[in-house]
Design a binder for this molecule. Sequence first.
Ligand code: FRU
Length: 496
Amino acid sequence: MNKLENARDYIKQNKDRVNPAYRPEYHAAAEIGWINDPNGFCYFNGEYHLFYQYYPYASQWGPMHWGHIKSKDLVKWEQLPVALAPDMYYDASGCFSGSAIEVDGKLYLMYTGHIDPDPGNPVNIRQIQNIAVSEDGINFEKIAENPVIGTKDLPEHALVQDFRDPKVFRRGDEFYTVVGSRHVDGSGQILLYKSENLIDWSYLGVLARSKNKFGKMWECPDLFEIDDTSVLIMSPQFLQNDGDKYCNIHSGVYLLGNCNLENCSFDCNTVDEIDGGFDFYAPQTLLDENGRHVMIAWMQMWDRTLPTNVKKHGWAGAMTLPREIKIVNGKLHQIPVEEIKQYRINQISYNNIMVEDFLSLEGIEGQKIELELTIDSQEAVKFGLRLLMDESNATVMYFDRKEGKFIFDRSKNGEDLGGVETNESKMGIRKTAVELWDNKLKLRIFIDRCSVEIFIQDGERAMTSTVYPSDTATNIEFFSDKQIIIEELNKWEIKL
Ligand code: FRU
Protein backbone atom coordinates (compact mmCIF):
# COMPACT_ATOMS: atom_id res chain seq x y z
CA MET A 1 0.00 0.00 0.00
CA ASN A 2 1.30 3.49 -0.74
CA LYS A 3 1.84 6.12 1.96
CA LEU A 4 -1.37 8.01 1.30
CA GLU A 5 -3.60 4.94 1.33
CA ASN A 6 -1.73 3.64 4.31
CA ALA A 7 -2.49 6.81 6.30
CA ARG A 8 -6.14 6.82 5.24
CA ASP A 9 -6.50 3.17 6.14
CA TYR A 10 -4.73 3.55 9.49
CA ILE A 11 -7.11 6.34 10.52
CA LYS A 12 -10.17 4.27 9.62
CA GLN A 13 -8.89 1.27 11.55
CA ASN A 14 -7.74 3.14 14.64
CA LYS A 15 -9.76 6.31 15.18
CA ASP A 16 -12.12 4.67 17.66
CA ARG A 17 -9.19 3.92 19.94
CA VAL A 18 -8.69 7.58 20.82
CA ASN A 19 -9.43 8.42 24.45
CA PRO A 20 -12.13 11.13 24.35
CA ALA A 21 -11.53 12.51 27.87
CA TYR A 22 -10.13 15.90 26.80
CA ARG A 23 -11.62 16.08 23.29
CA PRO A 24 -13.03 19.47 22.30
CA GLU A 25 -16.68 19.85 21.29
CA TYR A 26 -16.47 22.76 18.87
CA HIS A 27 -12.85 23.21 17.88
CA ALA A 28 -11.36 21.67 14.76
CA ALA A 29 -9.17 18.67 15.52
CA ALA A 30 -8.04 15.48 13.82
CA GLU A 31 -9.73 12.16 14.55
CA ILE A 32 -6.48 10.62 15.71
CA GLY A 33 -2.81 11.54 15.90
CA TRP A 34 -0.82 14.75 16.01
CA ILE A 35 -1.65 18.05 14.32
CA ASN A 36 0.15 21.38 14.09
CA ASP A 37 -0.19 24.36 11.72
CA PRO A 38 -3.34 25.13 9.78
CA ASN A 39 -2.60 24.85 6.04
CA GLY A 40 -4.51 25.60 2.85
CA PHE A 41 -7.27 27.47 4.68
CA CYS A 42 -9.62 28.51 1.88
CA TYR A 43 -13.11 28.91 0.54
CA PHE A 44 -13.74 26.54 -2.38
CA ASN A 45 -17.01 25.68 -4.14
CA GLY A 46 -19.15 27.18 -1.39
CA GLU A 47 -17.37 25.44 1.47
CA TYR A 48 -14.50 26.22 3.80
CA HIS A 49 -11.55 23.87 3.60
CA LEU A 50 -8.90 23.48 6.22
CA PHE A 51 -5.81 21.34 5.87
CA TYR A 52 -3.29 20.89 8.62
CA GLN A 53 0.13 19.52 9.43
CA TYR A 54 -0.59 15.95 10.38
CA TYR A 55 1.05 12.81 11.67
CA PRO A 56 -1.72 10.23 12.07
CA TYR A 57 0.40 7.48 13.62
CA ALA A 58 1.30 9.06 16.98
CA SER A 59 0.42 11.90 19.33
CA GLN A 60 3.83 13.42 18.59
CA TRP A 61 5.23 15.17 15.56
CA GLY A 62 6.43 12.87 12.78
CA PRO A 63 6.87 12.95 8.98
CA MET A 64 4.23 15.44 7.95
CA HIS A 65 1.11 14.64 5.96
CA TRP A 66 -1.70 17.08 5.23
CA GLY A 67 -4.92 16.27 7.08
CA HIS A 68 -8.12 17.73 5.67
CA ILE A 69 -11.53 18.87 6.92
CA LYS A 70 -14.26 21.01 5.40
CA SER A 71 -17.19 22.98 6.68
CA LYS A 72 -20.14 25.06 5.54
CA ASP A 73 -19.94 27.37 8.55
CA LEU A 74 -16.36 27.22 9.93
CA VAL A 75 -17.59 25.55 13.13
CA LYS A 76 -18.92 22.10 12.27
CA TRP A 77 -16.22 20.27 10.34
CA GLU A 78 -16.46 17.14 8.25
CA GLN A 79 -13.46 14.83 8.26
CA LEU A 80 -12.01 14.12 4.81
CA PRO A 81 -9.31 11.70 3.68
CA VAL A 82 -5.68 12.70 4.18
CA ALA A 83 -4.78 14.98 1.26
CA LEU A 84 -0.99 14.67 1.02
CA ALA A 85 1.57 12.13 2.17
CA PRO A 86 5.38 12.44 1.95
CA ASP A 87 5.74 10.07 -0.97
CA MET A 88 7.94 11.83 -3.54
CA TYR A 89 11.68 12.49 -3.66
CA TYR A 90 10.94 16.22 -3.35
CA ASP A 91 8.92 15.88 -0.12
CA ALA A 92 10.37 12.62 1.19
CA SER A 93 10.72 13.73 4.83
CA GLY A 94 7.49 15.68 5.06
CA CYS A 95 4.85 17.79 3.34
CA PHE A 96 5.38 20.95 5.36
CA SER A 97 3.08 23.94 5.67
CA GLY A 98 1.56 25.84 2.80
CA SER A 99 -1.60 27.32 1.40
CA ALA A 100 -4.37 26.88 -1.17
CA ILE A 101 -5.80 28.82 -4.08
CA GLU A 102 -8.68 28.22 -6.45
CA VAL A 103 -8.02 28.71 -10.15
CA ASP A 104 -10.61 27.93 -12.84
CA GLY A 105 -12.58 25.67 -10.57
CA LYS A 106 -9.57 23.63 -9.43
CA LEU A 107 -7.99 23.71 -6.02
CA TYR A 108 -4.21 24.14 -5.92
CA LEU A 109 -2.10 23.49 -2.84
CA MET A 110 1.33 25.05 -2.58
CA TYR A 111 3.43 23.41 0.11
CA THR A 112 6.99 22.87 1.24
CA GLY A 113 8.78 19.63 0.49
CA HIS A 114 11.07 18.84 3.39
CA ILE A 115 14.04 16.64 2.57
CA ASP A 116 16.23 15.42 5.38
CA PRO A 117 18.35 12.57 3.98
CA ASP A 118 20.56 12.25 7.02
CA PRO A 119 18.53 13.05 10.16
CA GLY A 120 20.76 14.46 12.86
CA ASN A 121 22.88 16.23 10.25
CA PRO A 122 20.86 19.35 9.37
CA VAL A 123 23.44 20.53 6.84
CA ASN A 124 21.85 18.26 4.27
CA ILE A 125 18.29 19.46 4.78
CA ARG A 126 16.63 21.06 1.78
CA GLN A 127 13.26 22.79 1.65
CA ILE A 128 11.57 23.46 -1.69
CA GLN A 129 8.10 24.48 -2.86
CA ASN A 130 5.64 22.19 -4.63
CA ILE A 131 2.15 22.21 -6.09
CA ALA A 132 -0.65 19.63 -5.90
CA VAL A 133 -3.97 20.06 -7.69
CA SER A 134 -7.48 18.73 -7.30
CA GLU A 135 -10.69 18.86 -9.32
CA ASP A 136 -12.97 17.60 -6.55
CA GLY A 137 -11.27 19.28 -3.60
CA ILE A 138 -10.55 15.89 -2.03
CA ASN A 139 -8.05 13.97 -4.12
CA PHE A 140 -4.85 15.80 -4.98
CA GLU A 141 -2.25 15.09 -7.59
CA LYS A 142 1.27 16.40 -7.21
CA ILE A 143 2.25 18.00 -10.51
CA ALA A 144 5.03 16.73 -12.79
CA GLU A 145 6.85 20.09 -12.70
CA ASN A 146 7.64 19.89 -8.97
CA PRO A 147 9.51 21.45 -7.32
CA VAL A 148 8.19 24.73 -8.68
CA ILE A 149 10.55 26.77 -6.52
CA GLY A 150 13.76 24.89 -5.86
CA THR A 151 17.03 25.54 -4.12
CA LYS A 152 18.41 27.16 -7.27
CA ASP A 153 15.69 29.83 -7.06
CA LEU A 154 16.97 31.11 -3.72
CA PRO A 155 19.02 34.28 -3.44
CA GLU A 156 22.55 33.74 -2.17
CA HIS A 157 21.83 35.18 1.26
CA ALA A 158 19.07 32.61 1.99
CA LEU A 159 19.79 29.31 3.72
CA VAL A 160 18.69 26.26 1.74
CA GLN A 161 17.69 24.47 4.96
CA ASP A 162 15.10 27.01 6.07
CA PHE A 163 12.81 27.96 3.21
CA ARG A 164 9.21 27.09 3.89
CA ASP A 165 5.50 27.74 4.32
CA PRO A 166 4.47 29.45 1.04
CA LYS A 167 1.30 31.52 1.14
CA VAL A 168 0.04 31.95 -2.41
CA PHE A 169 -2.34 34.72 -3.50
CA ARG A 170 -3.51 36.48 -6.62
CA ARG A 171 -3.39 40.15 -7.58
CA GLY A 172 -5.04 40.82 -10.92
CA ASP A 173 -3.77 38.17 -13.34
CA GLU A 174 -0.61 37.38 -11.43
CA PHE A 175 0.12 35.00 -8.62
CA TYR A 176 2.46 35.83 -5.80
CA THR A 177 3.79 33.82 -2.95
CA VAL A 178 5.47 34.85 0.29
CA VAL A 179 7.81 32.25 1.78
CA GLY A 180 9.51 32.10 5.17
CA SER A 181 13.29 32.08 4.93
CA ARG A 182 16.42 32.38 6.99
CA HIS A 183 19.22 34.73 6.11
CA VAL A 184 22.76 33.35 6.30
CA ASP A 185 23.18 35.56 9.40
CA GLY A 186 20.61 33.29 11.08
CA SER A 187 17.74 35.77 11.18
CA GLY A 188 14.29 35.63 9.63
CA GLN A 189 13.09 37.11 6.37
CA ILE A 190 10.19 36.83 3.96
CA LEU A 191 10.91 36.20 0.29
CA LEU A 192 8.50 37.21 -2.47
CA TYR A 193 8.01 35.34 -5.77
CA LYS A 194 5.76 35.98 -8.73
CA SER A 195 4.20 33.72 -11.40
CA GLU A 196 1.69 33.74 -14.20
CA ASN A 197 0.80 30.06 -14.03
CA LEU A 198 1.71 28.78 -10.54
CA ILE A 199 4.50 26.72 -12.14
CA ASP A 200 7.19 29.16 -13.31
CA TRP A 201 8.16 31.50 -10.51
CA SER A 202 10.53 34.44 -10.49
CA TYR A 203 12.17 35.82 -7.41
CA LEU A 204 11.25 39.45 -6.62
CA GLY A 205 13.20 40.06 -3.44
CA VAL A 206 13.07 40.27 0.35
CA LEU A 207 9.75 41.73 1.51
CA ALA A 208 10.72 42.04 5.17
CA ARG A 209 13.74 41.18 7.27
CA SER A 210 14.53 40.80 10.92
CA LYS A 211 18.26 41.62 10.73
CA ASN A 212 18.54 39.63 13.93
CA LYS A 213 16.42 42.14 15.81
CA PHE A 214 13.13 40.28 15.77
CA GLY A 215 13.51 36.59 16.38
CA LYS A 216 15.19 33.95 14.28
CA MET A 217 13.53 32.05 11.42
CA TRP A 218 10.21 33.62 10.36
CA GLU A 219 7.72 30.83 9.77
CA CYS A 220 4.29 30.80 8.13
CA PRO A 221 3.98 34.22 6.51
CA ASP A 222 0.61 35.51 5.28
CA LEU A 223 0.04 38.75 3.39
CA PHE A 224 -3.26 40.47 2.55
CA GLU A 225 -5.02 43.80 2.47
CA ILE A 226 -7.79 44.98 4.75
CA ASP A 227 -9.30 48.19 3.41
CA ASP A 228 -6.19 50.23 2.56
CA THR A 229 -3.86 48.57 5.02
CA SER A 230 -1.43 45.78 4.21
CA VAL A 231 -1.26 43.09 6.84
CA LEU A 232 1.71 40.76 7.16
CA ILE A 233 1.31 37.93 9.60
CA MET A 234 4.13 35.60 10.54
CA SER A 235 5.47 33.39 13.28
CA PRO A 236 9.00 34.30 14.38
CA GLN A 237 10.92 31.61 16.22
CA PHE A 238 12.78 32.47 19.41
CA LEU A 239 11.53 36.03 19.59
CA GLN A 240 12.84 37.58 22.84
CA ASN A 241 10.12 38.65 25.23
CA ASP A 242 9.47 42.34 25.53
CA GLY A 243 7.75 42.97 28.84
CA ASP A 244 4.49 41.03 28.70
CA LYS A 245 4.74 40.39 24.99
CA TYR A 246 6.23 37.43 23.16
CA CYS A 247 6.57 35.30 26.30
CA ASN A 248 6.18 31.99 24.46
CA ILE A 249 9.19 30.35 22.87
CA HIS A 250 7.81 31.26 19.42
CA SER A 251 5.28 33.97 18.62
CA GLY A 252 2.43 34.92 16.31
CA VAL A 253 2.92 38.48 15.12
CA TYR A 254 1.21 40.96 12.80
CA LEU A 255 2.69 43.92 10.97
CA LEU A 256 0.55 46.69 9.50
CA GLY A 257 1.77 49.03 6.83
CA ASN A 258 1.96 49.62 3.17
CA CYS A 259 3.08 46.87 0.84
CA ASN A 260 4.20 47.43 -2.72
CA LEU A 261 4.60 44.08 -4.46
CA GLU A 262 6.34 45.39 -7.57
CA ASN A 263 9.01 47.17 -5.50
CA CYS A 264 8.99 44.30 -3.04
CA SER A 265 8.64 46.68 -0.12
CA PHE A 266 6.67 46.67 3.11
CA ASP A 267 6.67 49.96 5.00
CA CYS A 268 5.65 48.94 8.45
CA ASN A 269 4.02 51.23 11.00
CA THR A 270 2.68 48.76 13.59
CA VAL A 271 3.99 45.49 15.02
CA ASP A 272 2.24 43.54 17.73
CA GLU A 273 1.62 40.10 19.13
CA ILE A 274 -1.63 38.64 17.80
CA ASP A 275 -2.68 36.72 20.88
CA GLY A 276 -1.46 37.16 24.45
CA GLY A 277 -2.12 33.61 25.69
CA PHE A 278 0.05 30.51 25.90
CA ASP A 279 -1.09 28.58 22.88
CA PHE A 280 -1.43 30.33 19.57
CA TYR A 281 0.92 29.68 16.67
CA ALA A 282 1.22 29.63 12.88
CA PRO A 283 -2.02 31.50 12.10
CA GLN A 284 -3.33 31.54 8.54
CA THR A 285 -6.14 33.57 6.99
CA LEU A 286 -8.67 33.26 4.20
CA LEU A 287 -10.90 35.71 2.40
CA ASP A 288 -14.39 34.36 1.87
CA GLU A 289 -17.14 35.31 -0.58
CA ASN A 290 -18.59 37.77 1.93
CA GLY A 291 -15.27 39.62 2.02
CA ARG A 292 -14.44 38.44 5.52
CA HIS A 293 -10.85 37.85 6.53
CA VAL A 294 -10.93 34.84 8.82
CA MET A 295 -7.90 33.68 10.79
CA ILE A 296 -7.29 30.32 12.43
CA ALA A 297 -4.21 29.14 14.31
CA TRP A 298 -2.76 26.07 15.92
CA MET A 299 -3.93 26.15 19.54
CA GLN A 300 -0.67 24.84 20.96
CA MET A 301 2.95 25.86 21.35
CA TRP A 302 6.04 23.89 20.40
CA ASP A 303 8.02 22.02 23.02
CA ARG A 304 5.39 21.87 25.72
CA THR A 305 4.31 18.89 27.77
CA LEU A 306 1.12 17.64 26.18
CA PRO A 307 -1.14 15.69 28.55
CA THR A 308 -2.92 13.79 25.76
CA ASN A 309 0.45 12.54 24.60
CA VAL A 310 1.82 11.76 28.06
CA LYS A 311 -1.38 9.90 28.97
CA LYS A 312 -1.42 8.07 25.64
CA HIS A 313 -4.82 9.36 24.59
CA GLY A 314 -3.87 8.91 20.95
CA TRP A 315 -4.34 12.51 19.79
CA ALA A 316 -2.71 15.91 20.29
CA GLY A 317 -3.55 19.40 19.15
CA ALA A 318 -6.50 21.43 17.92
CA MET A 319 -7.16 24.69 16.11
CA THR A 320 -8.34 27.95 17.65
CA LEU A 321 -11.82 29.20 16.92
CA PRO A 322 -11.86 30.87 13.51
CA ARG A 323 -11.83 34.62 14.08
CA GLU A 324 -12.90 37.41 11.82
CA ILE A 325 -10.17 40.02 11.79
CA LYS A 326 -10.61 43.72 11.33
CA ILE A 327 -8.46 46.77 11.72
CA VAL A 328 -9.86 49.16 14.29
CA ASN A 329 -7.96 52.28 15.34
CA GLY A 330 -4.78 50.97 13.76
CA LYS A 331 -4.86 47.62 15.59
CA LEU A 332 -5.87 44.12 14.60
CA HIS A 333 -9.10 43.06 16.29
CA GLN A 334 -10.37 39.48 16.45
CA ILE A 335 -13.93 38.33 16.85
CA PRO A 336 -15.04 34.69 16.74
CA VAL A 337 -16.96 34.09 13.52
CA GLU A 338 -20.64 34.90 13.79
CA GLU A 339 -21.60 31.29 12.92
CA ILE A 340 -20.57 30.04 16.35
CA LYS A 341 -23.75 31.65 17.71
CA GLN A 342 -25.86 29.07 15.85
CA TYR A 343 -24.56 26.44 18.23
CA ARG A 344 -25.46 28.20 21.46
CA ILE A 345 -28.04 26.34 23.56
CA ASN A 346 -29.56 26.55 27.05
CA GLN A 347 -28.98 30.23 27.62
CA ILE A 348 -28.78 31.41 31.22
CA SER A 349 -28.74 35.17 31.83
CA TYR A 350 -28.30 37.50 34.77
CA ASN A 351 -28.43 41.28 35.00
CA ASN A 352 -27.02 43.75 37.51
CA ILE A 353 -25.42 41.30 39.87
CA MET A 354 -23.35 42.78 42.64
CA VAL A 355 -20.15 40.96 43.54
CA GLU A 356 -18.02 41.70 46.53
CA ASP A 357 -15.50 39.12 47.68
CA PHE A 358 -16.74 36.14 45.63
CA LEU A 359 -19.93 34.75 44.16
CA SER A 360 -21.19 31.76 42.18
CA LEU A 361 -24.43 31.86 40.25
CA GLU A 362 -26.88 29.03 39.70
CA GLY A 363 -26.39 27.52 36.25
CA ILE A 364 -23.19 29.40 35.47
CA GLU A 365 -20.78 26.50 35.13
CA GLY A 366 -19.52 24.00 32.60
CA GLN A 367 -16.63 22.84 30.47
CA LYS A 368 -17.98 23.37 26.94
CA ILE A 369 -19.53 26.78 27.12
CA GLU A 370 -19.45 30.42 26.11
CA LEU A 371 -19.67 33.24 28.64
CA GLU A 372 -20.38 36.83 27.70
CA LEU A 373 -20.26 39.55 30.31
CA THR A 374 -19.91 43.23 30.97
CA ILE A 375 -18.53 44.30 34.32
CA ASP A 376 -18.84 47.78 35.76
CA SER A 377 -15.70 47.82 37.87
CA GLN A 378 -16.69 50.76 40.12
CA GLU A 379 -13.71 51.17 42.44
CA ALA A 380 -12.39 47.65 42.42
CA VAL A 381 -8.69 47.15 41.88
CA LYS A 382 -8.66 43.41 41.18
CA PHE A 383 -11.72 41.63 39.83
CA GLY A 384 -12.31 38.62 37.64
CA LEU A 385 -13.33 35.00 37.36
CA ARG A 386 -12.18 31.57 38.36
CA LEU A 387 -13.41 28.85 36.07
CA LEU A 388 -12.94 25.14 35.44
CA MET A 389 -12.85 24.97 39.20
CA ASP A 390 -13.13 22.28 41.88
CA GLU A 391 -11.16 21.72 45.11
CA SER A 392 -7.87 21.32 43.27
CA ASN A 393 -8.30 23.08 39.90
CA ALA A 394 -8.93 26.67 38.89
CA THR A 395 -8.21 28.69 35.77
CA VAL A 396 -8.08 32.29 36.86
CA MET A 397 -8.42 35.56 34.98
CA TYR A 398 -8.73 39.09 36.27
CA PHE A 399 -8.18 42.73 35.58
CA ASP A 400 -5.64 44.51 37.74
CA ARG A 401 -6.24 48.25 37.71
CA LYS A 402 -2.86 49.05 39.24
CA GLU A 403 -1.09 47.29 36.41
CA GLY A 404 -3.65 48.23 33.76
CA LYS A 405 -3.55 44.62 32.66
CA PHE A 406 -5.71 41.61 32.15
CA ILE A 407 -4.06 38.59 33.71
CA PHE A 408 -4.53 34.93 32.87
CA ASP A 409 -3.28 32.29 35.28
CA ARG A 410 -3.31 28.58 34.46
CA SER A 411 -0.90 27.48 37.17
CA LYS A 412 -3.65 25.39 38.82
CA ASN A 413 -5.19 24.12 35.61
CA GLY A 414 -4.77 20.45 36.46
CA GLU A 415 -1.75 19.18 34.55
CA ASP A 416 1.88 20.04 34.01
CA LEU A 417 2.09 22.03 30.79
CA GLY A 418 5.74 22.98 31.12
CA GLY A 419 7.75 24.03 28.12
CA VAL A 420 11.21 25.24 27.28
CA GLU A 421 10.35 28.81 28.30
CA THR A 422 12.64 29.63 31.20
CA ASN A 423 11.19 32.79 32.73
CA GLU A 424 9.98 31.43 36.09
CA SER A 425 7.82 34.42 36.95
CA LYS A 426 5.82 33.98 33.76
CA MET A 427 5.47 30.19 33.96
CA GLY A 428 1.72 29.90 34.49
CA ILE A 429 0.84 33.52 33.82
CA ARG A 430 0.26 35.75 30.82
CA LYS A 431 -0.64 39.44 30.96
CA THR A 432 -1.91 41.86 28.40
CA ALA A 433 -2.45 45.61 28.63
CA VAL A 434 -6.14 46.54 28.52
CA GLU A 435 -7.99 49.82 28.99
CA LEU A 436 -11.36 49.86 30.65
CA TRP A 437 -14.12 51.54 28.66
CA ASP A 438 -16.03 53.96 30.81
CA ASN A 439 -14.71 51.90 33.73
CA LYS A 440 -16.14 48.72 32.18
CA LEU A 441 -14.67 45.43 31.06
CA LYS A 442 -16.32 43.33 28.34
CA LEU A 443 -15.40 39.68 27.98
CA ARG A 444 -16.34 36.76 25.76
CA ILE A 445 -14.87 33.53 27.02
CA PHE A 446 -14.98 30.22 25.18
CA ILE A 447 -14.23 27.11 27.18
CA ASP A 448 -13.98 23.83 25.29
CA ARG A 449 -12.83 21.12 27.69
CA CYS A 450 -9.09 21.66 27.27
CA SER A 451 -8.94 25.25 26.07
CA VAL A 452 -9.91 28.76 27.07
CA GLU A 453 -10.13 31.63 24.56
CA ILE A 454 -10.76 35.09 25.91
CA PHE A 455 -11.82 38.04 23.77
CA ILE A 456 -11.44 41.30 25.67
CA GLN A 457 -13.18 44.61 24.86
CA ASP A 458 -14.91 43.40 21.70
CA GLY A 459 -11.84 41.61 20.39
CA GLU A 460 -9.30 44.35 21.00
CA ARG A 461 -7.16 41.70 22.69
CA ALA A 462 -7.35 37.91 22.65
CA MET A 463 -5.74 35.34 24.94
CA THR A 464 -5.77 31.68 24.00
CA SER A 465 -4.51 28.83 26.15
CA THR A 466 -4.86 25.14 26.69
CA VAL A 467 -5.79 23.88 30.17
CA TYR A 468 -6.36 20.32 31.36
CA PRO A 469 -8.59 20.31 34.45
CA SER A 470 -10.22 17.14 35.73
CA ASP A 471 -13.76 16.50 34.51
CA THR A 472 -15.23 17.51 37.86
CA ALA A 473 -13.79 21.02 37.54
CA THR A 474 -16.91 22.73 36.22
CA ASN A 475 -17.54 25.56 38.68
CA ILE A 476 -17.28 29.25 37.97
CA GLU A 477 -16.81 31.97 40.54
CA PHE A 478 -16.63 35.74 40.22
CA PHE A 479 -14.41 37.68 42.59
CA SER A 480 -13.49 41.22 43.41
CA ASP A 481 -11.65 43.12 46.14
CA LYS A 482 -14.37 45.81 46.19
CA GLN A 483 -17.90 45.91 44.91
CA ILE A 484 -18.41 45.46 41.16
CA ILE A 485 -21.61 45.12 39.16
CA ILE A 486 -21.91 42.46 36.50
CA GLU A 487 -24.29 44.41 34.32
CA GLU A 488 -24.95 41.61 31.88
CA LEU A 489 -24.04 37.97 31.97
CA ASN A 490 -24.94 35.29 29.45
CA LYS A 491 -23.90 31.71 29.42
CA TRP A 492 -24.56 29.18 26.71
CA GLU A 493 -23.55 25.61 26.22
CA ILE A 494 -22.03 25.18 22.79
CA LYS A 495 -23.17 21.97 21.16
CA LEU A 496 -22.60 20.84 17.57
C1 FRU B 1 5.54 25.85 12.08
C2 FRU B 1 6.33 24.82 11.31
C3 FRU B 1 6.48 25.24 9.87
C4 FRU B 1 6.71 23.94 9.17
C5 FRU B 1 5.82 22.99 9.97
C6 FRU B 1 6.36 21.59 10.07
O1 FRU B 1 4.92 25.37 13.21
O2 FRU B 1 7.59 24.63 11.93
O3 FRU B 1 7.48 26.18 9.63
O4 FRU B 1 6.35 23.98 7.83
O5 FRU B 1 5.69 23.56 11.25
O6 FRU B 1 5.42 20.74 10.65
